[in-house]
Design a protein around this ligand. Structure first.
Ligand SMILES: [Zn+2]
Length: 291
């Protein structure tokens, strides 16, 4: 017991609605100075009911307008509970039960949480912008291109280790077709796990990885002798991610980057640091991407 007490105690997460709102307000407005989410003019007027009005463009908004956490109707305390459940790696069903929300609400909110994680990356515009894999998930209005089948133009990601951290980058210059081509013509080793393909080292990357769909010609892959770097203990992230990817229900090429980025964050932060990082991501603005 004494040994445990000596460990740095993590900051406790709030347990009341007021305390949760206070925490999220602090993350949304770190220096306390508010600004208009539309034109960024400072010092909005305070209106009744907690609303704010911009003195520049007259836009009426509230504290969380334009932030990820505003994408669902969850209260601050429910968001804190969901972030906690996510940090504990609970399933959607378990998270819904723990927070006291429906399965569908939990599923949507967890997607928002994962999108907020993706938005923190340098490749966010390539993943969230028009035509990008995650764009349709941002807004139900874009759902018509959900059924779009990219054939062999499926996106490819690079896994890059730097000391104990992993970086997962979308590689816009590559597609599934490039991977098949490298496999055929340059003897790049490729392993298949269901719809997931992972390659041997490529340039500075530990591996290239992609999630195929039913149209990808998996039978076209050639077996080359020898081991794949990431599968022979060379990439600790892959050892961490591989069993977890199996747990995700309905893994699709479109949702794949959500899970890759989530697992990279879990791998890099882990433990008690995860929930605060998730809440901070939820309080960042939803990026305004050109339509
Ligand atoms: Zn304004």
């Amino acid at each position: 017991m004494q040994h445990e007490d000596a460990q740095a105690a993590p900051a406790a997460l709030p347990e009341t609605e007021d305390a949760a709102r206070e925490l999220l307000l602090g993350l949304t407005w770190p220096d306390g100075a508010k600004h208009c989410p539309r034109c960024r003019a400072k010092a909005p007027y305070q209106l009744a009911g907690g609303r704010l009005r911009c003195g520049g463009c007259r836009y009426t908004f509230h504290d969380f307008t334009g932030r990820w956490l505003n994408e669902t109707g969850l209260s601050p305390l429910k968001w804190v509970g969901l972030a906690k459940a996510f940090a504990q790696e609970l399933s959607t069903r378990e998270a819904a039960a723990q927070v006291g929300i429906s399965y569908n609400t939990a599923f949507k909110a967890l997607t928002v949480l994962r999108l907020a994680i993706v938005a923190q990356g340098a490749d966010a515009p390539q993943l969230l912008g028009p035509g990008a894999p995650l764009y349709p998930l941002l807004d139900a209005a874009h759902s018509e291109d959900k059924d779009f089948a990219p054939g062999t133009a499926l996106p490819v990601y690079g896994l890059l280790s730097r000391s104990r951290h992993i970086f997962v980058d979308l590689l816009p210059e590559l597609t599934a077709e490039s991977v098949l081509h490298f496999n055929h013509n340059f003897h790049l080793r490729v392993a298949r796990h269901g719809s997931i393909l992972i390659t041997d080292r490529y340039k500075t990357y530990d591996a290239l990885i992609l999630c195929g769909d039913e149209n990808l010609p998996y039978h076209y892959l050639l077996r080359h002798p020898g081991q794949i770097f990431a599968e022979s203990g060379g990439c600790p992230f892959w050892d961490f991610a591989r069993p977890r990817l199996r747990q995700f229900k309905g893994l699709s090429w479109r949702r794949f980057p959500l899970y890759l980025k989530e697992l990279a964050l879990r791998h890099n932060l882990g433990g008690q640091a995860l929930a605060p990082a998730l809440l901070a991501a939820l309080c960042t603005p939803v990026p305004k991407l050109a339509q």
